[in-house]
Design a protein around this ligand. Structure first.
Ligand code: G3H
Length: 195
């Protein structure tokens, strides 16, 4: 069956500083991942002429895709990271310190909690519907390069995981998830399952 490969973007500069949201470029480690991913994808999809690469509209996914040559690339706003609203650019520590009620409310119900002027996981799940419909219609493999919250929701859909688990799926960076419950790490070639 045509694989759908899901991966987070390479580490961004904001990831290094523990800041959520933003639109920064990649760290050095992120650039290295982008190259490894390109090697992996080019080898794995060598004979798949109709394959495509889907990213969000944020720099960190577009830059992660950039070393991949030979496949069309499509940007989807629906693949952008959960919008953290007024908390965009903050660290979790800063949110805890400056907006303790928000921090607690999210901890209590991470699935439904909506950032002020931002989104909840349920909002993200809803906006992914057209992406899922389009993914299901594809006859060729797709590599989706996106963000943690979005990939948790996409992975849960393909792996049949319950809604309430979505915000907690451990979605490690530097791994590729394949629908059919497999995760392939381009760096090592090993196959694992997210917890
Ligand atoms: O900035 C967004 C994070 O990737 C989502 O993680 O929902 O566990 O806070 P979180």
């Amino acid at each position: 069956p045509r694989p759908i490969l899901l991966t987070r973007h390479g580490e961004s500069r904001d990831n290094v500083g523990g800041r959520i949201g933003g639109d920064t470029v990649l760290s050095d480690a992120g650039e290295i991942y982008a190259k490894k991913l390109a090697n992996f994808v080019e080898k794995r999809l060598e004979s798949e002429k109709a394959a495509s690469i889907w990213t969000s509209t944020l720099q960190r996914t577009i830059i992660t895709a950039s070393p991949i040559i030979g496949f069309p690339k499509i940007q989807w706003r629906a693949l952008d990271e959960i919008n953290a609203g007024v908390c965009d650019g903050m660290t979790y520590e800063e949110i805890k310190k400056n907006m303790p009620e928000e921090y607690e409310a999210r901890k209590k119900d991470k699935l439904r909690y909506r950032y002020p002027r931002g989104e909840s996981y349920l909002d993200v799940i809803q906006r992914l519907e057209p992406v899922i419909i389009e993914l299901e219609r594809q006859r060729a493999p797709v590599v989706v390069i996106s963000h943690q919250a979005v990939l948790r929701a996409l992975y849960a859909y393909f792996a049949d995981r319950p809604l309430k688990e979505i915000p907690y799926i451990e979605y490690r960076s530097r791994t590729l998830a394949c629908h059919r419950r497999r995760v392939i790490a381009p760096e090592t070639g090993t196959i694992e399952s997210p917890k």
